[in-house]
Design a protein around this ligand. Structure first.
Ligand code: GAL
Length: 834
């Protein structure tokens, strides 16, 4: 089989800093512009006018998501989280531009505003962007008054019925003010690739686009390469320096594209295990004076897809062990917080995840910085819909005018990240079923290629085999959403096309809930708007995790999988989603009709559910049982064993209560109160061990596992005593006093011996003293309508979470206290440092 090989490449985020040595006034400055905005929900007249009196508007810092503030309302759609994220909102900010900035170019960079943003400065409309997931730049220069106060106004208009999940509302990502000289590197204007990669040297090509907004007629551009340490700091001397490119005839008002080539000796390759990065520092000078300097972090790695053997990184086969992730951060909503994102990635890494598909839209830029640094492979996705939308007011309305701009913006922003391995042009696009749909796919794939020829294109298909119509050859790698049993059929018909499981499993469960009798029928296991954690339940188009494992093991040409989803997310509470149009998942008209009927029935119920059950990890970041099923598969070298369910079933004494075990071992013996219930071996396609006939009596369940005959790992589950006290643990206790850093504090309801008591829902009250604030609480219960900002939160199956944020510039000890009636209180001390 002929492998499709990508040009080896080097990539990374554009990070812009101000070098100390250069002329202060003329070089680039990039500063956070998040502080001190005024906010108003609604549409006041004159919202854009500089003279408008906004003193009474709410004062806040960005990023901000007004939707997450609630309240939850039963009558709102569960599909989008039962939260009020739609409508018109205004953000305004007054600021003084130093007189010394006269003559500089001033740009506003908005990483994401949900949605339909329009921007005015001093009453003049200067730009905007409708798609809430695209980062965009607005040039403010012409309408700013140096040495005086200026007013910025941003109006958002977030249409209802425009999403299949919780999108959030507001300026929910970072905002930056970027000041440059008239002659400067254009927005996202560097592109670093490594067309030749060998063990002893890599060729590093740097493409630079200059924007000349002034009268310069000549310029010099040079680039130097440095290694970055794990924290992203330059280390040591330059490893290579380009010749200076001397540009003459730099026309005023023009863009100039130039290319430089450097050699990097003995490159250390980027990979998830060794996320080594470098940085290209590009310096622009005018008449001997430095006028701009841009840092482009990148990595050296090669990626290729082989239609017969899967995915290769730096020449080595790597199985994609991926998850799909929506962008919300649980109780924090869509408002970006880097630590919250980092925590998600840490938890996923512990499970063995090496790849993420950013469903179904470009993520915050910080997500890709983290992926580069922590070592994740990324499939970055552009759209959930093209012209044929999925909800009445979604991207379908924007497609014709905006698809090209959005796609170019995504690729240009992110094509330097070593983590990004593929561009996905869409998810379950309805045009798949249209006779001419492939033409649109080809058009979009070509746009992507025109910005980046070093990566392949893909899409998530829900009708790969039944709808084989040319759409599949418009992209380079075919993504299967579900139906792993169709892998062989597709491969036989198109053996030259690489395949990946772009979306898999969609198993549903609620942490700590178990329903009886346990059935392998995937439609069973539902009660009380929760789903059983035996991990056998899934919607009709989906399956338990193991069906996909078998599909992958039987068909090694498939590059791996992206499980739906890593974390629970707000919205789409299938199987209790009365709003969804996921009937689109059925090609068979009879099945579609049946699904539509079921939905209708569901919509008559008073369903409280407002967040998903798909996550391997719940909304609060607590691991569900499934975490260990994936860990067992993805980290086979890690000795681990995990038993389920819990063993507190006073009402089940004498009743059959099946016990399941997830382990990276290959054999296990189960004991109940010291008595063996049998030793079992995993067969070649067994991914869990089951003792289906265990008769419940209280006490101790213990699994002793073996690998290749040798003792491997153990797990024990005990019947606990009754709830007696609280126990508090913080994920991090050394924090930064930057007003952004977070500690995630877990409270467990325990018995006298300190064992977490399952099935407890005691109310807990959190309080914080010292230089920090309680920003949110959660417990992972998808049916709760308690405000995420509430300091009071009942435990859900023994656990609750408090999210504590430091205060900017205020260091010192922080004490988090949790109190619950009858259980006393518990404290944990954190420390915030300057
Ligand atoms: C897929 C879809 C996802 C999500 C998932 C739930 O078909 O691409 O966005 O809806 O179903 O199983």
């Amino acid at each position: 089989m002929r492998p499709i090989t990508l040009l080896p490449l080097t990539m990374a985020a554009l990070a812009l800093t101000q070098p100390a040595h250069a002329d202060q006034q003329s070089v680039r400055e990039r500063a956070s512009f998040n502080a001190d905005w005024r906010f108003m929900k609604g549409d006041p007249s004159g919202g854009a006018d500089a003279a408008l009196d906004d003193a009474k508007w709410r004062k806040l810092d960005l990023p901000h998501d007004f939707g997450i503030e609630g309240p939850f309302k039963q009558e709102y759609q569960g599909e989008t989280g039962k939260l009020p994220w739609w409508g018109v909102a205004w953000y305004r900010k007054k600021f003084t531009l130093p007189a010394g900035d006269a003559g500089r170019r001033i740009h506003l960079d908005i990483d994401g505003a949900m949605s339909h943003a329009t921007v005015w400065v001093n009453g003049k409309r200067v730009g905007g962007w409708p798609y809430g997931y695209t980062s965009f730049r607005v040039d403010l220069t012409e309408h700013l008054k140096p040495g005086a106060e200026n007013t910025l106004a941003v109006r958002l208009d977030n249409p209802p019925d425009s999403s299949r999940w919780y999108p959030g509302g507001g300026i929910y990502r970072n905002v930056w003010l970027v000041k440059t000289a008239p002659l400067h590197v254009a927005h996202n204007g560097t592109f670093v690739t490594t067309p030749i990669v060998k063990a002893d040297a890599a060729t590093v090509d740097v493409q630079v686009t200059l924007d000349n907004k002034g009268a310069a007629t000549a310029a010099q551009v040079s680039t130097a390469l440095y290694a970055l340490d794990a924290a992203g700091r330059r280390t040591g001397e330059a490893l290579a320096r380009s010749e200076a490119s001397a540009l003459t005839k730099v026309g005023a008002g023009r863009q100039i594209l130039l290319a430089q080539s450097l050699e990097l000796k003995q490159p250390r390759f980027w990979s998830p295990r060794t996320p080594q990065r470098y940085v290209a520092v590009t310096t622009v000078s005018e008449q001997g004076r430095v006028v701009d300097e841009v840092e482009t972090p990148f990595g050296v790695r090669t990626v290729s897809f082989d239609a017969a053997r899967g995915f290769f990184l730096n020449g080595e086969h790597v199985a994609i062990q991926g998850v799909c992730m929506h962008h919300d951060l649980g109780a924090l909503g869509a408002a970006l917080n880097v630590r919250a994102l980092e925590r998600q990635l840490e938890i996923l890494k512990e499970m063995g995840v090496n790849a993420i598909r950013t469903t179904h839209n470009p993520p915050a830029p910080e997500m890709l910085d983290l992926a580069d640094r922590m070592g994740f492979l990324i499939v970055e996705e552009a759209f959930d819909a093209w012209r044929l939308g999925k909800t009445p007011n979604d991207y379908g309305l924007l497609y014709d005018e905006w698809h090209e701009k959005d796609l170019r913006a995504m690729v240009k922003r992110d094509r330097n990240h070593p983590s990004v391995i593929m561009w996905s042009i869409g998810n379950e696009i309805r045009e798949q079923g249209e006779p001419e749909g492939w033409k649109m796919a080809a058009h979009l794939a070509d746009i992507v290629r025109s910005e980046d020829r070093t990566r392949l294109t893909t899409a998530g298909f829900n009708h790969v085999v039944s709808g084989y119509n040319g759409f599949q050859t418009a992209v380079d790698v075919v993504g299967f959403n579900y139906k792993p049993w169709e892998y062989p059929k597709f491969h036989q018909s198109a053996p030259q096309i690489p395949v990946i499981g772009s979306e898999t499993a969609s198993t549903v469960s609620s942490r700590g809930e178990y329903f009886f009798p346990v059935s392998d029928d995937k439609s069973k296991g539902q009660a009380n708007f929760q789903v059983s954690s035996y991990d056998l339940t899934a919607p009709p188009w989906a399956s338990a995790p193991e069906l996909e494992f078998k599909g992958l093991d039987d068909n090694p040409f498939v590059a791996g999988e992206f499980v739906w989803t890593g974390f629970d997310y707000l919205g789409e509470p299938t199987p209790y989603n009365a709003d969804t149009t996921n009937v689109l998942n059925f090609t068979d008209p009879a099945a579609r009709e049946r699904a539509a009927r079921e939905l209708k029935e569901l919509s008559k119920l008073n369903i409280p559910s407002r967040s998903s059950y798909f996550g391997i990890v719940d909304l609060a970041g607590f691991k569900k049982d499934r975490f260990y099923l994936y860990q067992a598969r993805w980290r086979p070298e890690l000795p681990m064993a995990h038993l389920l369910p819990h063993w507190n079933w006073p009402e089940r004494v004498g009743e059959v209560t099946p016990v399941h075990l997830y382990t990276s071992g290959d054999e296990a013996e189960l004991f109940l109160n010291g008595q063996s219930l049998g030793r079992k071996k995993r067969g070649p396609r067994d991914y869990r061990l089951r003792w289906d006939d265990v008769v419940y009596k209280p006490g101790t369940l213990r699994a002793v596992t073996y690998k290749q005959g040798k003792p491997w790992a153990e797990d024990t589950v005990q019947t606990t005593g009754k709830a007696a006290k609280l126990s508090l643990t913080a994920d991090r206790d050394a924090l930064l006093a930057d007003g952004k850093d977070l500690s995630f504090v877990t409270v467990a309801i325990t018995d006298k011996e300190g064992r977490t008591v399952p099935r407890t829902s005691n109310p807990v009250r959190f309080s914080v003293s010292g230089p920090a604030e309680l920003v949110a609480t959660d417990n992972g219960d998808a049916t709760s309508h308690v405000s995420f900002q509430s300091p009071e939160r009942a435990a859900f199956n023994g656990l609750a979470l408090a999210i504590v944020r430091t205060k900017s510039g205020k260091a010192g000890p922080i004490v988090v206290t949790a109190t619950s009636e009858g259980l006393g209180s518990a404290k944990v001390t954190l420390n915030s440092k300057p």
